[in-house]
Structures are given as structure tokens and as C-alpha cells.
Design a protein around this ligand. Sequence first.
Ligand code: PFF
Ligand code: NA
Length: 454
Amino acid sequence: MESSENQWGSRLGFILATIGSAVGLGNIWRFSYVAYDNGGGAFLIPYFFALLTTGIPLLILEFSFGQKMRGSAPFSFTKVDEKWEWLGWWSTLVTFVLISYYSVIISWSFKYIYYAFSGAWGSNPEAFLYNTHLQLTSGIGELGGVNLSVLLIVLVVWLINFVIVYNGIEAGVEKASKIFMPILALLMLIIVVRGITLPGAVEGINKFLEPDFAALLNPGVWLAAYGQIFFTLSVCFGVMIAYGSYLSEDSDIVNNAFITALANCSFSFIVGIGVFGILGYMAAQTGQPIEEVVAQSIGLAFVAFPKAINMLPAFNTVLGVIFFVALGIAGISSSISMVEAVSAPVMDKFNLSRKKATTIVCGLGFIASILFTTGAGLYFLDIIDHYNMQFGVAVIGILEAVVIGWYYKAEVLRDFFNPISNFQVGRWWDIMIKYITPLFLTYMLIRSFVMELN
Ligand code: PFF
Ligand code: NA
């Protein structure tokens, strides 16, 4: 099966696909508001700490682990020892749960492309999103019916996921990434240039970067930084292990990991500046303080942004369309990586063809997505996302570092990837994997768990 169906065609294709997975909805809306909520400019300190001590080390680990074992996460862990197979399946499950709502958020972006054309959100995007568009109710008790028009678009999103992953690595994922990534970069550049040249932008950007150093004493801020790093780099989801397994045996690892991480984090940062430039403009127009125009969670992209677009001095429609097309493309290039990471273990374990495995995964994924198209969709989304990230991803991060660091031995993996890499990684990498990552993460997970109980 070493066909182009399970092999990257070029190094550039691999890098664009990993950046495609990394850059997603998380960079455009999640990073900005998480940073803002957790100390603004000071958030960059735990963020870079988590990036350098855990994010990049785990990215190197996942690329090389997949490349060495030549299989999906469960398959690769089985090769370390059969008793670790479940860890791979756990990350597969977490990823499956994640796509089930991630695809729904992408479908909102798609619908908002159309709304941007027609300005359908009107003068009150908040009421539009919650009452008219999603028809959300406040809790499970009022589950409400499935929103059929959203469901239809969710089906379209799943069909796109399906067609791309069904076509295999080179002809599907790689080809799509080569088309999507340059377009995404161009569209975001337009938004950012527009954002920073608006009156009031500077105040918005200052607010975004203004450090609140007291936040650094809060363990929740550090956990948020780790969570954002895992989410944004797509590590601990089985994605980068699967992508690594399609590399030829002598492909560079270290350099590719640094390029992916650097491209992803600079993208977040630049987009954050653009987003806060636009929010600063809106604050200046309305005379409100920035605190009031920044919205929580999905509100940033689907409420605050439409509001700002309404106020732009010119080209509102065009800029609105550009923004939501960019969001949709960023989302799809990430969701295909999740579909790949869930399909690959199914192929490995049950010896199924790619075509059968992707059909099953996308079919089940679509069914799971239906929950988030109901009136209680956002309610479920918030809760499930919270637990999926904390008890899914953070725990996988700890266990992955322990299993590879201590059981398989970090030194052994490093001796595998250093000789094939352009530049060499020193003993610091072993220390990060064996000590810093598991100790720090465990400590913070317990601290935040205790806080949650109180
Ligand atoms: N990195 C993506 C983002 O920032 O939106 C999200 C993501 C993609 C998470 C793939 C997990 C994953 F497996
Ligand atoms: Na993406």
C-alpha cells in the first residue's frame, strides 16, 4: 500500500498540509479571545513557554513517531507495547468528538458567506445569530428541533471532508492544501491590512497586547496557554502521527516541525492584530470601551465581526465575504486532517480500504454532528469542548510524553530522527519530554481541577 494514496508527493506538500491542519478556526477566533481573556500581552509568556517546552517537542515527537512506526496513533503505540494501544484510540475518540462540532462551526462560516453578501444579520447580529439563525435555546430542557438549513450545510461540509480524504494523501489532502493555503494567506492579509489601517485600530491593538502580569500567577492562565498550544498545533489528536507516517523514511523532521510551529503561531499573532484593529475601530465608532465589543467564544467571529463589518466605511460586503471564506478554508484544511486521523486507525485495525474507512468515518461523523444543529447545540458544544480538551487532550499530552519518554525512551527516538534531520536536537528535547511536559501539565491539570470543584 506504499502508493501515493498513503505517501506525500513532496516536502512542500507535507508542510502545507501540516500548516493547513494547524491553522484553523483556532487561530482566527480562539487565539484572540483566549489571549485577551488571559492577561493580554502577558499571555504571550505562558504561550511561548508552552510552545517551546511542550508544543514543538511534541510536534517533533509525533512526526517522528509516525514516521518510524509507519502507522496511525493506535498502530504506532501498539508497536511500543500492546498495552498502550488504547492511548491511540483515546486520541482517536477525542478527535472524532472534536470534528463533530468543528464541522458545525465551519458550516456556520459557510452560511455567513451568504449572509455577508446579503447583510442578513442586519443591525443586530447577536439576535440574528442566536434567535433567528441558530434558534438556540438556553439549555437541554428545551432541546428544540434540528435546524434543517444548518444541517444541510453540515452535510455539505462532510461531503467536502469526505471527497478530499477519500482521494488519499497526495491526490486529496496534499492537493487541497496546495490550493487552500496560498488563498488563505492572501485573504487574511487583506483583512489584516484593512484592520490595522482603520481609525482606532491602534487602541484596539494596544488593548490586545497590554500586559496584565498579575494573570501570570493564575494557574488557569497557564493551562489555557497549554490548551491553546495543543489545539493550535493539532498535537495529541493523532493527526501529526498519521501525517508523519506518510513521510518517506528519510524525510527531515526537526526543521519541518519548527517551520510548522512558526508559521502557525505567526499566523495567529498577525491575525490577532488585525482582529483587534477592527474591534478598536468599532469601539471608536460606538464610543464603547473595547472590553464591551470583544465577545466571548463563537461570538467573536459570528457577532462582533459582523457588527464591525456593518460599520466599515467601504467595501463591507467584500470584506465580510473575504473573512468568512477565509474562516471556511482555514476550517476545512483542519477538519480534513481530523478525518484522516480518525480514518487511518480504522484502516490499520480492520484492514479496510481507504474508501471504506472514510465512508464509515464521515457517515458516523455526520450523524454525530446533528446534535450540534439542534436548539441546544451551543450548550452541548461548550460543555463537550471543555471536557474534551481537559480530560482528553491534556491527559493524552501527559501520557504520550511519559510513554515515549520513559517507556520507549526519548533517547531512542532522538537517535532515529536526528540523523535524518537538517539540524540536530540536543538533550534538552529528552528533558522536555521526560520531565518538564508531564510534571508541568499534571500540576496544572490538578490545580485547575481543584479550582473547578470549588
Ligand atoms: N489546529 C486547528 C485550529 O487551530 O483550528 C484545530 C485542530 C485541527 C485541532 C486538527 C485538532 C486537530 F486534530
Ligand atoms: Na486549517
